[in-house]
Structures are given as structure tokens and as C-alpha cells.
Design a protein around this ligand. Structure first.
Ligand code: MLC
Ligand code: AMP
Length: 492
């Protein structure tokens, strides 16, 4: 098994954070000091849940790996969440300790006090003790990442150290990661795209990560133009935003930025379907043939276009090495021919262990040892194409998976909302955008602006509806269930 933080090149730069630079030896030593501080004399955290609220930075890496080395389970929190969303993550997993970045401390301190959870910064816990660190076996739980689904509250996806390691190794091999790679990291670090595909693969390969607190296109593009990076990974929304941003620039600036992308060895797109037009526009602008791949929090990456070989627009390629894939028809039969759609099912060392504290949901998500993704695909000419999802209650907006039910439940607390249905509608930038159809109660106007204002503090901002329609009644079938597909035309 590879080391999670490469130790073969101690003097090489692991992380760049603004104007600070950290070598692999420095990161490694900081992680060990933090792990000792967390242990505070104990021999092992024994899978205690430690949550952390830290944007991309050396502190994030220190917290993640420090928790692992001390034998704890790491739970990265979304820095953009509302307090009630953090509360669900903390209470549903029995978190005993939170590590916060300096600026995030004030946002989460009151909640931690109310829940009697210790809260510290990384610096608070750096220790110079020279006590031994535990030997953590690979079958132990490592990480809990929260994912939205068809239930109202997000579920905690538990992966073991062996799962995490398999997810990393698969990608290092498939995409030929190497120590001289340099990658920007602007994706959120509470999801596998940022955590595994970018940060963990890079640190394991001995590459250099430029950690950015958020996506800032002018700064990013200036670095691209200076040929800083060799690899680039993003969700389709970011490629759309880049294309739109380039349109606002002078020709000579566009040229140097596109040249910077052209000089990279790899541009990857994933987490949502990359529209064929975006694939084409990116190729035209930069010469880069995007490598599109398919994954999920529960399974890491499963399907990928080839690193060497033809990358097809609109397709997600073939199973990654070590990943077994089945397509299963609605009636339960395994698809054996091309052109027949079926649900994607996965068996692989990368597949998660369980949903935290939810044996029922874990069991329901497997069939004969295969994880049932809920995504439907078809094979055409040897390449998988994702056709959609089996549930209308899941929305993919800018790469975030959102639960329509979770948003509906929050909106129902609005004093003027009697009934609400949330749907995803096609959107050029976001892929799908959150849209709400509301039946009002009481008097007074309801506009998108007033609804958005009310949502502030109740929901993460990216879950807030971008469109609103007020209707007299929601269309329901004979069972009383809202017929969501019939709501989408309201937004055309
Ligand atoms: C931001 N906004 C969004 C949004 N992101 N709205 C809908 N969907 C989103 N994804 C809204 C904000 O609420 C805000 O609204 C406005 O856009 C500007 O916010 P911002 O934070 O400045 O936006 P920006 O930085 O441009 O963010 C866009 C983004 C971000 C694409 C960079 O959404 C992002 O990082 N997405 C990636 C998510 C991800 O990593 N998913 C992987 C999951 S793992 P207002 O109204 O306040 O102005 C997975 C498995 C796999 O899927 O296969 O990888
Ligand atoms: P998450 O649960 O946030 O990990 O999101 C995983 C989901 O994102 C998958 O189940 C798919 O629905 C979707 N997804 C990921 N990659 C792709 C892709 N390349 N094309 C289409 N959908 C994708």
C-alpha cells in the first residue's frame, strides 16, 4: 500500500498556500505533531469522530492526516453550510471534537458549546511530545463524507483506510500521476472530488498542490497563463465559467491562458455530465480533449475515459482497473448487450463500508454484494454513457448532489408556504438548477427575492432555489404523490 503522504521526496514542495510553501517533510512533521496533540497521551483515538471545518490549506491537510494517524475518523465539514446542517453532521455521528480554521472558529463555536463539543484550531493542538503513534490497520474506518440522497437528511458515507487507499491508487495508476505534477485545488474539501481525486492523489504521488480557499477565476487563470500547472480537475460548471470568463478578456490574454491549459498533460471533468458542447468548446479553445469520468461518494471513481486512447464526448469511458461494473435492467436482469440501459452496480475495493449508524440504508443500497448507484447507463461501442438517475428527487447543481426533499422540508418552515415541490431544471451553467413550485398560505406577496432572503441561514446558499413559481395546487397522482416531471415545463 502506498503512503498517504509521499515520504520518498522530503524536500519537494507538497503544498503552496498563498505565499507560503510546505515541503513533504514539513507537512509530515506537522501531521505527526497534530496527531500527538489530538491523542494527548492516549494510545489511540479508537475511531473517535473528529470533525473539521477548514478550507483548502496546510491546516486542512494536517487535520485530515493527523486524525488518521491518531486512529480517529475524519469528518470534513462544508465551510459554506448553515448551522443546522453542521449540527446534523455532528450529532448524527457523535462527534466529540471539532477542529476549525481561525476564521471559521467564530462561526461554529456557539454550536459546539451548545452541543458540549470541544473546539480547537490546528495550532492549538500541535504537540512536541515524542510519544508513539498507533498502528492503524487498514480495515478501520477512516472518513465520513456526507452525501444527499433520496432521504431528507444527508447520510454519512463511511470509508475505511483500505477503501481510501484503493480510491487513490486506482486514479494514480489510471491517470499516470507523477511527482512532477502540479495541480490547483479550488474544489470544496468535503466531497471526494476535492479530497480524493485532487488532494489525496497529489500528496500520495509526491506532486505539488496549490491550495486556494475558493474558485477565483482571474487569479487561477493568471497562474495557468504562467504555466504553473500540469493537471487540472474540475466539475463541468467550472469549465462553463472558464469559457464565459475567457469571453470577457482581450484576445491576447485569452491566448496566453489557453496556451497554459494546452501545455498541461491532463484536464479532467466529472461529478456531473459534461455537455458535449462544453467538451467541444474546451477542445477548440485549448486543444485539450477533456477526460470525463464518473464517480460517487460511496464508490470513489468507477468509470473513466482512457488516459491514452480515444476520449469520447458525452461518454464516461470504461471501468477503472479493479472496478467491476454491472448494468441491471428494471426487471432485475443483467444487461448483456450494448444499447440496453440498466442501473450501474459496482463491486470494488473502493466501495464504502456503510452509512454511519444506518444499517438499514446500507443494506438497501446493496444487492448481492453489488452497490446500486441509482444511475442509469448504456454501453455504446464499448463506452458507457450516463443516461440519468432513477430518482427525480436528486438534483446535481454545479457538481453538488442536492436532495429535493431536504430543500422542501426546509422551505415548509416558511410561514407563507403551504405546500412545495422542488425540482431540478436544465441550466447551462449549473447543469441543473434548483427550482421551487409553491402553494402559498396567508396573504402577502412571495417573490424569489423574499424567498431567497428567508433561506439565508436556513440552507447552504447553493441549495437556495434559483427559480420560483407560485401555483394554486400541486399536480398529484391518484396516490397523492406530486407529479414532479409535470412541473418542469412551468419553467420553460
Ligand atoms: C455556488 N452557487 C451555486 C453553486 N455554487 N448555486 C448552485 N449550485 C452550485 N453548485 C451560488 C452561490 O450560492 C452564490 O449564490 C453564487 O452561486 C456565487 O457563489 P460562489 O461560491 O462565489 O460560486 P462559485 O465559487 O463560482 O462556485 C461554483 C463552483 C462550486 C462550481 C466552484 O459550486 C463548486 O465548487 N462546485 C463543485 C462541487 C463538488 O466538488 N462536487 C463534487 C461532489 S463529489 P448567491 O445567490 O448567494 O449569489 C462527486 C463524485 C464525483 O460528485 O464523481 O466527483
Ligand atoms: P455524489 O453523490 O455527490 O458523490 O455524486 C455522485 C453522482 O454524480 C453520481 O451518482 C452521478 O449521478 C453524478 N456523476 C458523477 N460523475 C458524472 C458524470 N461524469 N456524468 C454524469 N453524472 C455524473
Amino acid at each position: 500500500m502506498r503512503d498517504a503522504i509521499n515520504t520518498t521526496l522530503p524536500d519537494k514542495v507538497a503544498l503552496v498556500e498563498g505565499d507560503r510553501v510546505f515541503t513533504y517533510a514539513e507537512v509530515d512533521s506537522r501531521v505527526a505533531r497534530f496527531a500527538r496533540g489530538l491523542l494527548a497521551g492516549a494510545s489511540d483515538l479508537d475511531e473517535a469522530r473528529v470533525a473539521f471545518l477548514i478550507p483548502a490549506s496546510v491546516d486542512y491537510v494536517t487535520a485530515l492526516h493527523g486524525i488518521w494517524r491518531a486512529g480517529g475518523i475524519a469528518i470534513p465539514l462544508n465551510v459554506a453550510s448553515a448551522e443546522s446542517e453542521w449540527e446534523h453532521c455532528l450529532t448524527s455521528t457523535g462527534v466529540t471534537r471539532v477542529i476549525a480554521g481561525e476564521p471559521q472558529l467564530s462561526a461554529i463555536r456557539a454550536l459546539c458549546n451548545r452541543l458540549s463539543i470541544d473546539v480547537n484550531t490546528v495550532t492549538d493542538l500541535l504537540s512536541d511530545a515524542d510519544s508513539a503513534l498507533p498502528v492503524v490497520s487498514t480495515d478501520r474506518r477512516a472518513l465520513i463524507v456526507f452525501t444527499s440522497g433520496t432521504t431528507s437528511k444527508p447520510k454519512g458515507v463511511v470509508t475505511t483506510h483500505a477503501n481510501v487507499s484503493a480510491q487513490i491508487s486506482t486514479l494514480i495508476d489510471a491517470w499516470e500521476w507523477r511527482a512532477d505534477d502540479v495541480i490547483p485545488l479550488f474544489l470544496p474539501l468535503h466531497h471526494v472530488h476535492g479530497i480524493i481525486n485532487v488532494l489525496s492523489c497529489a500528496l500520495c504521488a509526491g506532486a505539488t498542490v496549490h491550495a486556494m480557499p475558493k474558485l477565483d477565476l482571474p487569479t487561477l487563470c493568471a497562474q495557468v497563463a504562467a504555466d504553473t500547472f500540469s493537471v487540472f480537475m474540475a466539475v463541468p460548471t467550472i469549465y462553463v465559467k472558464l469559457i464565459d470568463y475567457l469571453e470577457t478578456l482581450e484576445d491576447q490574454d485569452v491566448e496566453v491562458i489557453c496556451e497554459g491549459f494546452a501545455n498541461m498533460r491532463l484536464n479532467v471533468s466529472g461529478s456531473a455530465a459534461c455537455p458535449v458542447e462544453v467538451f467541444g468548446e474546451w477542445q477548440q479553445l485549448t486543444g485539450q480533449v477533456l477526460l470525463e469520468r464518473y464517480g460517487m461518494t460511496e464508490i470513489g471513481m468507477a468509470l473513466s475515459n482512457p488516459y491514452e486512447g480515444e476520449r469520447r464526448a458525452g461518454y464516461v469511458g470504461q471501468p477503472l482497473p479493479g472496478v467491476a461494473v454491472q448494468l441491471v435492467e428494471e426487471e432485475g436482469g443483467i444487461v448483456t448487450e450494448e444499447g440496453v440501459p440498466g442501473e450501474i452496480r459496482i463491486k470494488s475495493p473502493t466501495v464504502f463500508l456503510e452509512y454511519w449508524g444506518n444499517a438499514e440504508a446500507t443494506e438497501a443500497s446493496f444487492s448481492e454484494g453489488w452497490f446500486c448507484t441509482g444511475d442509469v447507463a448504456v454501453i455504446e461501442d464499448g463506452y458507457y454513457r450516463i443516461m440519468g438517475r432513477s430518482s427525480v428527487d436528486i438534483i446535481k447543481s454545479g457538481g453538488y448532489k442536492l436532495s429535493a426533499l431536504e430543500i422542501e422540508n426546509k422551505l415548509l418552515a416558511h410561514p407563507q408556504i403551504a405546500e412545495v415541490a422542488v425540482v431540478g431544471i436544465a441550466d447551462r451553467t449549473w447543469g441543473e438548477a434548483v427550482a421551487a413550485v409553491v402553494v402559498r398560505k396567508g396573504d402577502g406577496d412571495m417573490t424569489l427575492e423574499t424567498l431567497k432572503a428567508w433561506c439565508d441561514g436556513h440552507l447552504s446558499s447553493y441549495k437556495v432555489p434559483k427559480q420560483l413559481r407560485v401555483v394554486d395546487a400541486l399536480p398529484r397522482n391518484a396516490m397523492g404523490k406530486v407529479m414532479k416531471p409535470s412541473l418542469k415545463p412551468l419553467f420553460e
